[in-house]
Design a protein. Structure first.
Length: 89
């Protein structure tokens, strides 16, 4: 099963889960996670269901391709890291 790992930056706002999923793609994995942890959705996705600008997702070390579709394929052993992107000067 693929694993979704939410980094501790989000832990300032809520308990962050680590979720195992058998979803075939990123969108399916996120939807399954948010079904069990609905409050987390608003920190990761905007009102249109797109990835928020201050959030980055990496799948097996590579950044997710499309922040709107979130259709990257997941392998059974994929590691998906969801983190707040850092900005500033």
């Amino acid at each position: 099963m693929a694993h979704l790992i939410f980094t501790q930056q989000l832990g300032r706002f809520m308990t962050v889960p680590q979720v195992a999923t058998d979803a075939a793609d990123l969108r399916g994995a996120l939807d399954a996670c948010f079904a069990d942890h609905p409050r987390l959705r608003g920190y990761v996705l905007d009102e249109q269901g797109h990835l928020r600008q201050n959030v980055a997702i990496f799948i097996d070390g590579r950044r997710a391709r499309d922040p709107r579709r979130l259709d990257d394929a997941l392998a059974p052993q994929s590691q998906v890291y969801i983190l707040q992107a850092l900005s500033g000067g």
